[in-house]
Design a protein around this ligand. Structure first.
Ligand code: SF4
Length: 367
């Protein structure tokens, strides 16, 4: 069931996007490179004439239950549901190659499992999460390895001019998606971003160009910022519930929505080393030290002027739940709700109560 305000215009773009994603996944995937995680530069497959598809599906209790057949029940719900959807999405087995930088042990297990049972050609490396020069050098090597494998597999060669062109295109795509942020509620925006990134870059640019201009939704009384665990495509009920309570998520720094769009690759970047540098320094809560994430968080929160912050952590997501205290301290005096969450339908009433109390507390503060 959908929550929140939708109108016929919104339903039209949503239906068109869903149709295009379905057609994309039913079509020829022999040059599609599935991408997991924020450290695979989409510019690399693009510059090789391939089609990067960001895989961010999953997020429903049903998918999570399916995934439990393959990964341990103490993996985060995001990872369990990714495997579950992979089982139910036969098209994924037709993706030519899967590239990933695993951000945590749970993701590692999920990727190994997906690769094994779908029999995919896959390259997984660890996300470069220490900020030592050595980590950057290793990340560059991993990207070089990925480049070589892609070149060999698809008989392509990376050229500087094509890489610069791919960088320009991705900059355009990120900018066009960001430009839609003010027009849409968070759940709709997340759906737009993740749907577009499933289309591939050129079709996504074309789809965005075809969208009719839209009046921004009427402002809700409370403005919130979202940080925390990865947000999957079917994991948006919490945002729609917040909207029902009169609170709007006006910005986020989560890995598969705002975090993905925040990665800034400078114009004119034309070497793999420079691309690696840009992706290496993206805001990542799991990096050590993660001061860069906190600087980006403070800046993003400041830019949208909010009444409070939601730090949403999925069950077993240690990367984000371990930062609870520091997030509170870093954002003082803004109120921060630490919401431990899961996909299980049984957890919904408790989540609703916590969201209600938080919204009410902010309302009283503002009164
Ligand atoms: S960062 Fe958290 S939510 Fe994302 S894959 Fe890892 S454990 Fe799961």
């Amino acid at each position: 069931m959908r929550h929140g305000r939708s109108n016929p215009q919104e339903e039209r773009w949503r239906a068109r996007l869903a149709t295009r994603v379905a057609a994309r996944t039913a079509g020829d995937l022999s040059r599609a490179v599935g991408v997991f995680g924020g450290y695979v530069p989409l510019e690399l497959p693009l510059a090789l004439g391939l089609e990067p598809l960001v895989l961010s599906f999953g997020g429903s209790p049903q998918a999570m239950q399916l995934g439990e057949k393959y990964v341990r029940a103490d993996a985060c719900p995001f990872c369990r549901s990714q495997v579950g959807v992979a089982e139910a999405a036969p098209w994924l087995g037709r993706v030519a190659f899967l590239a990933a930088f695993s951000a945590c042990d749970q993701e590692n297990r999920m990727l190994e499992t997906c690769g094994r049972f779908l029999d995919l050609e896959i390259q997984v490396a660890g996300a470069p999460r220490t900020r030592s020069p050595n980590a950057l050098a290793r990340y560059r090597e991993d990207l070089e390895r990925l480049r070589c494998r892609l070149e060999e597999r698809f008989e392509a060669a990376l050229e500087t001019a094509r890489l610069a062109g791919a960088v320009a295109k991705m900059r355009r795509l990120r900018a066009r998606l960001r430009a839609r942020r003010a027009d849409l509620e968070f759940a709709d925006f997340a759906e737009l971003v993740q749907g577009c990134l499933m289309l591939g870059v050129d079709p996504a640019l074309e789809f965005l160009a075809s969208l009719e201009p839209k009046a921004p939704p009427a402002a809700r009384p409370l403005r919130l910022f979202l940080a925390g665990s990865c947000v999957a495509r079917d994991d948006l009920v919490f945002a729609r519930e917040l909207a029902e309570l009169g609170a709007e998520i006006v910005g986020d720094l989560t890995r598969l929505v705002g975090g993905l769009l925040a990665c800034d690759v400078p114009e004119g970047t034309s070497t793999l080393a420079a691309l690696a540098e840009a992706y290496f320094h993206q805001p990542d809560m799991g990096a050590r030290p993660n001061d860069g994430y906190y600087a980006a968080l403070a800046q993003a929160v400041e830019a949208v002027r909010v009444d409070g912050v939601l730090l949403r952590c999925l069950k077993f997501c240690d990367i984000h739940s371990g930062e609870r205290r520091r997030v509170k301290e870093a954002l003082e005096p803004l109120p921060v709700l630490f919401l431990d969450d899961e996909y299980d339908a049984a957890a919904r009433p408790r989540r609703r109560t916590r969201l209600e109390s938080f919204v009410e507390m902010i309302r009283c503060r503002k009164a």
